[in-house]
Unconditional design. Structure first.
Length: 319
């Protein structure tokens, strides 16, 4: 028995440990149980369990965990010392058993499938409706409802992609935790392998669903931005309005743009607004020279995009 005199932990052993879960050395640990004096029925963690209320008398006894596990009440809590080996083993078992949440789920309905198809079509042109950065002409103003509807379509598409990506990452984190549990308790492997194998198949399906919403060319361009040399500041006349802040703004614009572009699956053009914000922040309330600076930085961004695409199109070097 543990010598730890700290606060006891109350654990629902019967809901955590199933008969098919191997217990390793924990099977020989003694636990205290309560049961009907007749010897029939479940083993309980407390004599107050409502399942024992009809028993004429209740007995308390110690029993090896491995012998008791098949008969444990699923509603009772057992009081364990904080250093009991059963506690970390139970956490590991939970990390593996949680995989079942994502298995045997029903198929997606037709509306969801159609929404993903439309999202893939929309996102193949970019993350936003084409020409959204241009001033709308009179016809577009007259057709405001159609314009807003197109924006909503792309909003939905981005939400669907974000949801797929988040779910994929979530599944991956569950699998990683289960792998760590098995690494800590190798005797769990025979039970865990089936669940992990099935989740791996689900994970791959999620990966493919997410990949359908991302354009490979965008990922290549993002990777290309990473290897571009840091641009050198030059005295472009368009920077004049920034005065002494010109070089600092130039550096910040590059750092912000390249950082975002490197970790994005969007078109490189979709990061223009970030540079626009950097320049606007540098001017503050000042107006003089601001339009010229925005024009100069738009040209700079266009040059960075061109260089990235040239790098992305460069043939791979032979190994």
């Amino acid at each position: 028995m543990s010598s730890n005199t700290g606060e006891l932990r109350h654990v629902m052993l019967g809901s955590i440990f199933k008969p098919e879960v191997l217990l390793g050395p924990a099977r020989d640990i003694s636990i205290t149980c309560h049961a009907s004096a007749t010897g029939r029925g479940k083993l309980h963690g407390s004599p107050e369990c409502r399942a024992l209320r009809s028993a004429a008398s209740v007995i308390q006894f110690a029993i090896a965990f491995g012998e008791a596990v098949e008969q444990l009440c699923t509603h009772c809590r057992w009081a364990l010392f904080p250093d009991s080996p059963i506690l970390p083993l139970g956490a590991a078992v939970n990390d593996v058993d949680s995989l079942t949440i994502w298995l045997d789920r029903g198929p997606e309905d037709e509306d969801d499938i159609e929404a993903e198809r439309d999202a893939a079509i929309a996102l193949s042109t970019g993350d936003y409706p084409p020409h959204t950065h241009d001033i709308r002409d009179a016809d577009e103003e007259d057709n405001g409802a159609g314009y807003d509807e197109e924006w909503e379509r792309y909003d939905r598409a981005r939400d669907i992609r974000y949801g797929r990506h988040s779910h994929w990452r979530r599944l991956h984190s569950y699998l990683i935790r289960s792998n760590q549990a098995v690494a800590d308790y190798p005797f769990l492997a025979p039970w865990a392998e089936g669940l992990q194998s099935r989740l791996t198949a689900v994970l791959d399906a999620e990966r493919r669903a997410f990949a359908a919403l991302v354009q490979p060319a965008r990922l290549l361009e993002a990777a290309a931005v990473r290897v571009l040399p840091t641009p050198q500041f030059s005295g472009d006349p368009g920077f004049a309005g920034l005065g002494a802040e010109a070089e600092k703004t130039f550096r910040r614009a590059w750092c912000e743009w390249s950082r975002r572009a490197t970790w994005s699956w969007q078109r490189l053009e979709d990061h223009d607004l970030l540079v626009y914000s950097v320049v606007s922040d540098a001017f503050g309330r000042r107006r003089k020279g601001k339009p010229e600076a925005h024009t100069a930085f738009r040209q700079l961004t266009a040059d960075w995009i061109r260089q990235a695409r040239e790098e992305a199109d460069r043939p791979a070097a032979a190994p």
